[in-house]
Design a protein around this ligand. Sequence first.
Ligand SMILES: [Cu+2]
Length: 474
Amino acid sequence: MITTPIHYFRLPARVGRLLLGIDTEVKRRLTQIAAGALSLLIIVTACTQGDSSHSGRQGDNEQAVADVSCKSPKQKVSKSLSSGATWTMCWGVHPDFGLTLSDIYITPPGEDPIRVIDTMSTSQLEVPYDTGERLTSDITESGFGGRKMKTLTDDACRGDIQAASIPKIGDGSYGKSETRKVLCSEVVDEGLAYHSSDLVAPANARKNGWQLSTVSRVGWYEYVSQYTFGADGSINVQLGATGDLSPVDYTDEEHGWDVGDHEHAASHSHNAVWRIRWGLGGTGGMSAQQFDADETGEKGAESPKLTGKLTDLDHPTTARWQNRRWWRVLNPNLLNDDGHPISYQIDVGKTDSFEFVDDAEHSHTHGDDIGYDVGFTNHNDCELYATKNRGDCGRGVPEFVEDGKDQTLDDVVSWVAVGFHHVPRDEEQSPMEMHWQGFTLLPRDLTAQRFDLPKGHEGVNGVPDSEWNQESIN
Ligand SMILES: [Cu+2]
């Protein structure tokens, strides 16, 4: 932990106050002297910190790229971002799931690599049409890999296009392979990271992100599987849809939208679930919690009182999103420098919830509400598809949860469900403009402070000293 007292860095403000009322030229000279003294202090402090030993800290960033060996044909990729953090992982193409990321590590600047996720991919995409006349389960019926995965060209990807060996026939699980450029690896601008107009240590910065994406064509649709690894440690997961509206699903006004010449393109839902097997700090030893902030009905002096609480999710379960609710997966035995367990928050935001048609038709285990926004189970090699699962271990998430309800969560898998009810628009012909659905995984207490502390903010960790408060208000 950086223990430099904050008041070292507060010198210029104090000097600034002392200088009030002094002749401008004298003031300018004194400010220069103060700035020089501050620079010297920063250098001395930096040297002192370099000497201090810390178990989790690297002297430099030599170890930033985690020592990951990817099992062929998976390939290792790594990228350092604006904060100084480095992401490292393996990528591959699964015949069904398409782009699959595994052994995902982040190395915060100056720290050792932290294992975050074991495996992450789409686990089902169900598309029921409002007419009731069509239902596809794209991951199990077509797959996102094999020949469904499209070769990318420079007009679709501004970054590096990386190649993988993709089977030439069928669903991509067998036969001769060809090497095709399918993965777009791109560093993208992510806007403002922070803006702090503090008097003592003003600092503003932008940030970037590392985006990995592939395109899979299923029927008339082309789906983009996209993962953006943020400089702040966040992971934004998105499914994008483009291509063309189905030419064989036209209907009446009640079930679609007039997209030209009184022809109503059928409305439909894109029901997507991602499977994330966590790997926080290793394998197993993890747990899951739900956070809720509930209104108490009481009022304080100025605003209603809310009570925030964490509930341990001890056993496999599913849950629905509500206002002010989120979940996290944590490793209770792995603490950051503040002594807090490292964790990642699942932030589904406001999205369209859904019940899988397949689950509703095959549910013997749950009551009326078989839908979920997030599910938690223990890892099981046989439980891979959110619906229409293969093998003799349950048909989908509700059954996985039911089968495992007496287990204690340990090797945590999150099933994150994000729906999108698509009412076609005139503008979607043709091709269809991209539409997106997804969620974010947010580091919560992975490190004791932000990755990229600007100068002068190093000591702000917890209740700031009174000086900081006062100066911030001014
Ligand atoms: Cu659609």
